[in-house]
Design a binder for this molecule. Structure first.
Ligand code: GLU
Length: 269
């Protein structure tokens, strides 16, 4: 008769293999900062690619540009000493938490609101930007605020965003159509699939700037404080990110980046 230990051997071997493979997939967050610097590791940031002012591909250069990108580079420089160690991976509102949890990215910096619901899945840095949800409509539209959204109106929003949850509360009668990303959502507004598009004022501002036929209306009806999301349990990495943000506020880098992207907005802090 086989000894119990021998019987268990194949199981033990496959378990060990699994653990080793899982280990290979570990992102930066499981290592301490000294190890990261030594191993020449990068920080892989999940960012938006279609959101003007925050994370947008420059079609001429292929580079991703925006406020979130500059903040990510500045934090990377604080932690790893070199902003070129920031690597960017595209996320959407729907894919960002799964990509973080799967270890494809080390952190999310992508117009992401800190919410209690999301805190069940990820940890957040301190607030690094204050936004609020608003509406974008075609100039001359009858819709001037959320109060005008009744059962005869359709509002366009993006899957996985707080905007969907909030608009259903603020305008329960209105029909809500959900899209994969902000580019698709705005295309739908332009083609008349809805009467208004809703998300953060900061995102809508980028669309309004590029498309003078459209305007923000009705002001903000929610608060959307943006945070950097990091996997639970990565306490040292989270502390480094928060410390880096403190430094950027202290040494003027944060203000420089803010004024570069939002020259006409007064900083909330
Ligand atoms: N800030 C909101 C959110 O986190 C809307 C912007 C977005 O979809 O990223 O859901």
């Amino acid at each position: 008769m086989m000894k119990p230990i021998k019987k268990l051997l194949p199981l033990v071997v496959s378990l060990v293999t699994l653990l080793v493979l899982a280990g290979c997939n570990k992102g930066l967050a499981d290592k301490n900062v000294a190890e990261i610097v030594q191993s020449d590791q990068k920080i892989i940031w999940g960012v938006k690619n279609d959101t003007r002012l925050f994370g947008m591909i420059n079609i001429k250069t292929g580079a991703i540009e925006g406020f979130d990108i500059d903040i990510a580079k500045a934090i990377t420089k604080e932690i790893l000493g070199d902003e070129n160690k920031a690597e960017f991976v595209e996320v959407t509102s729907k894919t960002r938490i799964p990509l973080l949890k799967n270890g494809n990215i080390d952190a999310i910096i992508a117009t992401m609101t800190i919410t209690d619901e999301r805190k069940k899945q990820v940890d957040f840095s301190q607030v690094y930007f204050d936004a609020g949800q608003s509406l974008l409509v075609k100039k001359g539209s009858d819709i001037q605020s959320v109060a005008d959204l009744d059962s005869s109106t359709t509002v366009l929003a993006v899957k996985g965003s707080t905007s969907v949850v909030n608009i259903k509360k603020a305008a329960p009668e209105a029909k809500v159509l959900e899209f994969e990303n902000y580019a698709e959502c705005f295309t739908a507004l332009k083609s008349g699939q809805g009467d208004a598009m809703t998300t953060d004022n900061s995102i809508l501002l980028g669309l309004q700037t590029d498309n003078p036929g459209y305007e923000l209306t009705g002001g903000n009806f929610t608060n959307e404080p943006y945070g950097i999301a990091i996997n639970k349990g990565q306490t040292e990495f989270l502390a480094q990110v928060n410390k880096a943000l403190d430094t950027l506020h202290e040494n003027g880098t944060y203000d420089k980046i803010y004024n570069k992207w939002f020259p006409n907005l007064k900083e909330a802090e």
